[in-house]
Design a protein around this ligand. Structure first.
Ligand SMILES: Cc1cc2nc3c(=O)[nH]c(=O)nc-3n(C[C@H](O)[C@H](O)[C@H](O)COP(=O)(O)O)c2cc1C
Length: 177
């Protein structure tokens, strides 16, 4: 059974409809560690040693967050900047993450059709997620197909609950990889 670490980044959880439901669905699952980065580090002062330890203890990493300005909320970038160090994650001797898997779990305000060449966002999700994909690659990790929920503002409560169950299923599958 793979050990899954969900690194969650949402700066305004009290206003969340979707991520909060996804979070509830995966809380307490055996073999799954859910880590709310803004709760851990409200001042963005990330303890890189603790975070590196957690990475070593898990096989699959999930970056869960709402899509903000075609990327992640700031704390996830900060996490990447301070945790994925030379000699640990990449570069000479930097093989500690090699062989692990990473998946992005995202919610977007924009509908799926907006994330096409002809759509108003002009780029596909695959293209926009290239920095995450390549970050994983440079660290010797496999970047899995992302779990994406588009057009979240239009979703009914029932649809959100259905997505939350799909997310739980996805995390179960990661755990059984
Ligand atoms: C600062 C900010 C930036 C955003 N940028 C994008 C974006 O680039 N693309 C997009 O589709 N939605 C964008 N959105 C919409 C969020 O992705 C959407 O509100 C979020 O996924 C809803 O999830 P929640 O209910 O968990 O908060 C943005 C929202 C905020 C507040």
């Amino acid at each position: 059974m793979a050990r899954v670490l969900i690194l969650f980044a949402h700066p305004a959880l009290h206003r969340s409809r979707v991520n909060v439901s996804l979070m509830d669905a995966v809380q307490g699952m055996e073999g799954v560690t859910f880590r709310d980065l803004y709760e851990e580090y409200p001042n963005l002062h990330i303890d890189f040693e603790t975070e590196q330890e957690l990475l070593l203890e898990h096989d699959v990493i999930v970056w869960q967050h709402p899509f903000y300005w075609y990327s992640a909320p700031a704390i996830l970038k900060e996490w990447q900047d301070v945790v994925l160090k030379y000699g640990f994650a990449y570069g000479e001797g930097g093989t500690k993450l090699a062989g692990k898997k990473v998946m992005s779990a995202l919610t977007t305000g924009g509908p799926e059709e907006a994330y096409q060449r002809e759509g108003y966002n002009r780029y596909t999700m695959k293209e926009l997620l290239a920095p995450f994909d390549q970050t994983a690659r440079l660290c010797g990790m496999e970047y899995l197909e992302p779990f994406v929920i588009h057009g979240v503002r239009q979703l009914t409560d029932e649809q959100i609950q259905a997505w939350a169950q799909r997310y739980k299923q996805c995390i179960l599958e990661l755990r059984n990889l």
